[in-house]
Design a protein around this ligand. Sequence first.
Ligand SMILES: Cc1cc2nc3c(=O)[nH]c(=O)nc-3n(C[C@H](O)[C@H](O)[C@H](O)COP(=O)(O)OP(=O)(O)OC[C@H]3O[C@@H](n4cnc5c(N)ncnc54)[C@H](O)[C@@H]3O)c2cc1C
Ligand code: FES
Length: 342
Amino acid sequence: MNGPTAALLQPTRIEIDNGPSFQPGPQEDTLLRAALRAGLAFPYECSVGGCGACRFELLEGVVQTLWEGAPGLSERDRKRGKRLACQSRVQGDARIRVRLGGEAEQPAVAPQRVTATLSERRAISDDMVELRLALPCSPGFQAGQYALLYPPGAQGARAYSMSNLDDGSGEWHFIVRRTPGGRGSAVMCAELPVGAKVDVDGPYGHAWLRPSSRDVVCVAGGSGLGPMLSIARGVLAEPGARRVHFFLGLRHEGDLGAADQLLALTGERLSATVVLSSPASPSAWAGATGFVHAEVERQLAPDLGHYDHYMAGPPPMIEAMQDLLMARHEVPFGQIRFDRFV
Ligand SMILES: Cc1cc2nc3c(=O)[nH]c(=O)nc-3n(C[C@H](O)[C@H](O)[C@H](O)COP(=O)(O)OP(=O)(O)OC[C@H]3O[C@@H](n4cnc5c(N)ncnc54)[C@H](O)[C@@H]3O)c2cc1C
Ligand code: FES
C-alpha cells in the first residue's frame, strides 16, 4: 500500500528534542499518559492540570488543549507558549521540548486504561466513603500510587489513591472525600450506583513505598488516609521489622469513623496518632488537637532524619511538612515522598 491511504495509516510519532521518540496509541487521551505508557520518565505529579510539573514546549505540530484554564499554567507560562502534557491531546506528528527524568522516574508499573465496575461503596465518616472497584484485569500497582477515574458526567479525570495493597486480583480500594460543590467526588461518593461501570487509568504517582532499613513516618490529612494506609500495609507486609509512626489529621469528631481502618493496624510495629484540628467545644475528645505537622514535631523531633517520610493530603499540610522536614530539620530530600491533593 502506498499514497494517501498509507500516509493515513502511519502511526503518530512524537519526537522529544534531543531525546527519544514515541508513538501514542490511537485511543490515548493525553500526551502525558502516552509518554508514560511508552515507559518514558516524563515529568509529572498530579496528572490533572493542577501542579504544572508536566509543562513542555511545542516546537512543531499541533496538539489540542483539553482544559484551557488549567491552574497548572501561570499567565507567564501561557505567554511563553508552555503547555501541560496532561491537558494536551496529540493531533498528529509533533516535536516537543521537555527535560525527561532519570531511570528512577520511569513508571514503576506501566499504566493501563480499563473499564472497571464499582463493586462496593461504604460510608466511613460524615463525608468520606470507601470505594471498591473491580478491574477486568490486574495492571498492578505499588503501595502509595494513585489512579485516574473518569466519573461519568464530570469534565476530565480525577486522581484517587489506592488504599489497599495489590494482591493480583484487580480489586482496587479508594477513600474519597466529598468536596463541597465538587462534581467528580459527588458522582463517586453518591451518584454512581453500585454495579455501574467507570473508566480507570493507572497506576500513576512517584510517592510509592521504597525498600529501606529506616522506620517510616506516614502523615495523612483527611482522605490522604487512603495512600498512607496502603504505605503502612506495605511496610507491615515486609518480612523485616521496620516500624510505622502514623499521624492522621482530621477536622472534628464527625470524621473519626475514618480512623477505624488505621486503628485496626495498630500493634507492635505501628503506632497511630489521630489529631483533630477543630474539635467541638466542649468535646469528649481526649486525643491530640491542632495541626498534624506540629504533633509530628512534638513526638519525633529531633530524630526526624532517622525516618523515611511519606505524606498525602491538602497542599497546605504538605507545605507545612516540607518546611518542618527540609527547612527546619534538614531531612534529606530522598527520604521524603508526597502527593499533594491539588
Ligand atoms: C495525586 C492525587 C491523589 C489524590 N487522591 C485522592 C484520594 O485518595 N481521595 C480523595 O478524596 N481525593 C484525592 N485527590 C483529590 C481528587 O483528585 C479531587 O481533586 C477531589 O476529589 C475534588 O474533585 P471534585 O470532582 O469533587 O471537584 P471539582 O472541583 O469538580 O474538580 C476538581 C478536580 O478536577 C480537575 N478538573 C476540574 N475541571 C476540569 C476540567 N474542565 N478538565 C479537566 N480536569 C478538571 C481538577 O484538576 C481537580 O483535580 C487526589 C488528588 C491528587 C492530585
Ligand atoms: S501533572 Fe500536569 S499539571 Fe500536574
